[in-house]
Design a protein around this ligand. Structure first.
Ligand code: CP
Length: 298
């Protein structure tokens, strides 16, 4: 989402709303979409597959295991092989930043980024924006001026934080990224947001708070004194959630580390829109696929 104009983001959110309110249309009949996930996923992979098939496309699902990648074939070669079979779009996730751009330069078909390393997760950013608009009554304008959005946790590892912050800033929101200095480096302010270590201060005026997973698999645990210590300053437990202002909502991109960054009574409580995010992810991916593939010959 970094570099997209506000009008481009609003157009994608408007298309998302059409699919959410009017249901899918068979705009991709006769097209083929390949999902190429070199890193694990539940939400993104499944929702791209459901979105493509509900729009009428044929879906081919590949993952790192079970493909010739295990024999040393590169992502670029794999993408070119799939394209040679007549695929119209490739949805790719990789642990390395920049792989979607690499594939985009190697093939003629559409390439959609389903998350690349610590760089971007644009459809997650869009579904976060859409869910906020839905929760806060802004679906007619997608103008987020005056909103205070707080994003908390393992920001250093988070491609979601980068995409969602870029999108929120483009739509006019004020974003504060909060975490301990090891997980919330000051340099993230280049995204056009504030960076803070004080969660309780940031939450006072928050219209929404998005909790991020501590990415232990990317080594974030080594940046902490310990989970118990982290929770004192940065967990959204029931006591902190009770101090949120009326109407404020709680988001999490998932998967949640319950009892680490977010407690079960909050994750499953009345302020939580976590499952709305998941539901909206299918509509956002319908919008992204149809927007990208509409430029191809029918
Ligand atoms: N939010 C997200 O990307 O979840 P998955 O890893 O399950 O796709």
């Amino acid at each position: 989402l970094q570099g997209l104009e506000p009008d481009e983001i609003r157009a994608l959110l408007g298309l998302t709303r059409e699919f959410a309110e009017q249901g899918p249309r068979p705009v991709l009949t006769g097209r083929t979409v390949a999902t190429l996930f070199f890193e694990d996923s539940t939400r993104t992979r499944t929702s791209f597959m459901l979105a493509a098939s509900r729009l009428g496309a044929t879906v081919v699902d590949l993952s790192g295991a079970g493909t010739s990648m295990s024999k040393g074939e590169t992502p670029t070669d794999t993408a070119q092989v799939i394209e040679a079979m007549g695929v119209d779009a490739i949805v790719v996730r990789d642990k390395h930043a920049g792989v979607p751009s690499l594939l985009h330069r190697a093939v003629q078909c559409s390439v959609l980024n389903a998350g690349d390393g610590k760089h971007e997760h644009p459809t997650q950013g869009l579904l976060d924006l859409y869910t906020l608009g839905e929760s806060l009554g802004l679906l007619d304008s997608f103008d987020y001026s005056g909103l205070n959005i707080v994003i908390v946790g393992d920001l250093a590892s988070s491609r979601v934080a980068r995409s969602t912050t870029a999108g929120l800033s483009a739509l006019g929101a004020h974003v504060t990224l909060v975490g301990p200095p090891t997980l919330a480096p000051r340099k993230l302010s280049v995204l056009g947001c504030d960076v803070s270590t004080d969660l309780d201060a940031a939450l006072e005026d928050a219209d929404a708070v998005m909790m991020l997973r501590i990415q232990f698999e990317r080594g974030a645990g080594r940046q902490l004194a310990g989970v118990a210590d982290y929770r004192v300053g940065y967990a959204l437990d029931p006591e902190r959630a009770a101090r949120l202002k009326p109407g404020a909502v709680v988001l999490h991109p998932g998967p949640i580390n319950r009892g680490v960054e977010l407690d079960t009574p909050v994750a499953d409580g009345g302020r939580s829109v976590v499952l709305r995010q998941v539901r909206n992810g299918v509509f956002v991916r319908m919008a992204a696929l149809s927007a990208c593939m509409a430029t191809l010959p029918a």
